[in-house]
Each structure stands twice: as structure tokens, then as C-alpha cells.
Design a protein around this ligand. Sequence first.
Ligand SMILES: C[S@@+](CC[C@H](N)C(=O)[O-])C[C@H]1O[C@@H](n2cnc3c(N)ncnc32)[C@H](O)[C@@H]1O
Length: 314
Amino acid sequence: VIGFRPLAAGWPALGDHHRHLVEDGARTGAFLEAIARQVRKGDVVCELGAGTGILSVAAARAGAGRVHALEVGPIAEVARDVAFDSGLADRIVFDEPDAADVIVSECMGPLAVGGTMIEALVVLRQRILRAGGVVIPRTIRVWLAPVSSPESDEYVRFWESPRHGVDLRAAGRLAIHNLYQATFAPREVVASAALAREIDLTAGPYAPRFQSTLAFTASRAAVMHGFAGWFDVDLGAGVTLDTSPADTPTVWQQVFLPIALPAHVAAGDRIELVFGATPALARSHVIYFDWKTTIGGETFHQSTRHSYPRGVVP
Ligand SMILES: C[S@@+](CC[C@H](N)C(=O)[O-])C[C@H]1O[C@@H](n2cnc3c(N)ncnc32)[C@H](O)[C@@H]1O
């Protein structure tokens, strides 16, 4: 197998981002199915974050009278051509409607709540969705569970051993405060997952800032290395998408939150976690994640705000 990666030259967004999205059959298939089941003939549909336009084309094919595809990035030009090539240039337009029957948005960032799309979606819904209208997705739930994953731990602790004879632990002090994209096997999960956040996209406002206090009971003896995080979404009409370790892998994989030191847990041990997110003051599209773990009387505080070198204000 030839590993093929785009060169770090030319426009990266197609190969780095949009191709992975379209290739992800679980993700794309779930949205296509949800659109097919919920868009009705003549509906005005608004898609927030249209990317290549694939979901807007699906909405038009499902019978929408008009689809308003909103896209801030330069990929919008591709979406325009895709609409034209699909013979839908008259029904897919690229401005915001005054009112919509359906709003669709693949708005889930890292751990779903990373990024700013959920907030943008809720604001858009409050502005344009007709009474009784449909939002796809309807709800998002974020889950966390303690994991034993030597591989993930080793990856994060790369900096703790001298490399080429140089002590690079200064880098490790930042690395331990970051989140990592990782894929976990169900057997690496050492306690039942807890619900960290539930977001109802159909009603009410959205605050990116939150904090949840969670407790887990270890189901077996293990060396715990951190937490796995993932999310599931209800896309309506019986369609769901689940990014848990037990489900079909997706572009999101799962997220690894390391703990400062691996911890031995026995079956029945209690693990406490205070997990939260706060938008950065200076640039609100950056979300800080904070996690405080207590195991056997020891507490570790970690935060992505400490993953930046001093002087870097995200
Ligand atoms: C995860 S991609 C989804 C693309 C496409 N809908 C799909 O399913 O393949 C999200 C897209 O939303 C765009 N986006 C993010 N925030 C936006 C905003 N506030 N308004 C319009 N587009 C936005 C990004 O540029 C990106 O192309």
C-alpha cells in the first residue's frame, strides 16, 4: 500500500479536510439519510457550513424547493460548481434565507463542542427557523470514560525520554496539557462512560462554556492513563451517529485526555473528573478544555490553556 499524503504545498483543505469528510461513510451516510427522511417537497432548507456542497445537493434531491448553502471558506467556490454540475444551480443559492423549514449543519468539532459551529447554528436557528421547523442534528451528547491505553500514554510522553541526547522535557510539560485524536478499542475503557454535556439544538440558547462533575467506578484493575472522549448525535427521524470506541470509526475518532501520571485502579475504585470548556478571551473561536482528575486522594489539574508556550495567546 502506498501511503499518499498531500504535499505541504498548494491548497491543503481539499485533501486534509473535505476529502476525509466525504470519505467517512458513517458520517456522510447518516446525514444523507437524515436529510432524505426529513426534507419535504418544496421546503426551504438552509445548510450551515456547506463545504463541498454534498449535503445541499442531497437536500435539493430530497425535494427542497430551495437550498441556501452557507459557507465561509474558499471551498464555497467548489460548492457552487458542484451545484451547477448537478444541474441544481437554480435551486441551490449561497445566501441566508429570511426563513427556513429545515436547517442542516455538520457542526461537530473535536469532541463535538470544539470550534464555533454549534453556537453559529443555534444563532442561525433563532434567526430563521420557522415554527415547527426541523434542525439536523437535534441533539449532541458528549461522553467521557477512563481508559487504559499504554499506546496513547507513550505517545503523549514522547518528550519525557532524552531524544538524540537532549533533555526535551520542557516540551513534555506542554504536551501533557493537550488533547489528542486517538482510536480506542472498547477493551481499553475501564469504567462505564459518563455524560459530560447534552446539547439540545432544537430549543434555547447555547453557551460554549460549561463544567460537569463526573464520577466513574472502575470495572476492573488497570493502569489508567487518561480519559477517552466522544460524542453521539441524534439527526432526527431515527437516524443517529455515534463516535464511541464501540462504533464504526469516523473522522473524529475519539479524543484522549491524558492524566499527569498514570494511576493504578482496582475494580470498584472511584475516579472523579471535573471537565469543562471555556472560550478563550482574545479569540473566542479557541475553546480551552480543563480537566481535573481525582483518583485515590490524588488530584491532577490539566488544561489546554497550558499547552501553549508562554507568550502565545491563542
Ligand atoms: C465539517 S465541514 C462540513 C462540510 C459539508 N457540510 C460536509 O458535510 O461535507 C464544516 C464547514 O463549515 C464551514 N463553516 C464553519 N463555520 C461556519 C460559519 N459560521 N458559517 C459558514 N460556514 C462555516 C467550514 O468552512 C467547513 O467547510
